[in-house]
Ligand binder design. Sequence first.
Ligand code: PHE
Length: 345
Amino acid sequence: MSAEIFAKVKQVIEEIESAIPQDVDQLEKFRIRFLGSKNIIKPMMGEIRNIANEQKREFGQLVNSAKQIAEQKFQNLKSAVESAAESAKAQDIDLTAPAEPLALGARHPISITMNRIVDIFSRIGFTVAEEREIEDDWYNFTAMNTPENHPARDMQDTYYLKGSAETLLRTHTSSVQARVMTTQQPPIRIIAPGRVYRNETVSARSHCQFHQIEGLYVDENVSFADLKQTLLYFAKEMYGPETKIRLRPSFFPFTEPSAEMDVYMGTADEKSYRLTKGTGWLEVLGCGMVDPQVLTNCGIDAEKYTGFAFGIGIERSAMQFYDISDIRLLFENDVRFLDQFKSAL
Ligand code: PHE
């Protein structure tokens, strides 16, 4: 008789232990069954009168433990079910609510200007070549026919890397010419956009870092007329179809003959007057026919091939185009400044 009653209680304990209420409703059912005012454990205590005296104590403990197990389980499940309900509520998103605006970035005016120039030359078959900013002396100077005692090689003008007379921050993108010509044979038709460094005092008009786009064209029968026509095409695409250019004789160690190209802005408006210092002409780039010695230095047959090269300064164009009065603004990365170019391209 006692054994049967014991077994009944144990069965209830098993039932409590194996119950897994999944939601608030099921949990409530669990509570009513085992802990409510008419729970099934309570009447079991009454059975104690049918238990033999020496087992009464044990029986009482067993029934109590059933109660405790039920209570404990209920508390645990309650907090689990409640937090599940909380997070379900959090996921209850209103899909019709207006979206938070996405904070879109803006391209840097230097990038916009470089992309425009790259695009113009891509259309006539130039491909982009990008190279390192930390360069060997040979590619930056020696290959480019800049003699040992040339002022450009001076420590005053060039950033050499600590403890090295051979490694420097490139002073112009012309180093890419040497990189390309030592690894490729003509026909070569590349443009190389990138950053360059010179040890200059930072002011509103000049900076110790700036950007250039190098152009290089090497093939059979490339002439100065080809250079001039290519640059005229560039100027018209960049500054408008009516643009006039002029080439002034100049000097670079790696081109012969060399020239500087100006575009005609006129003096009609105040901005053009100021930019051109009253002449109407704005200096845009340096260029020339690749010196045969440079071809030879790089392992290209100077008897067979000729070429032209040019180097365009980016900052000046960007500042002119966007009316930026101080070059330092381009390197401060002030979001209030950069934000203004959102609609630019
Ligand atoms: N490298 C020259 C400079 O930095 C520009 C240039 C490039 C001139 C190519 C001629 C040919 O001023």
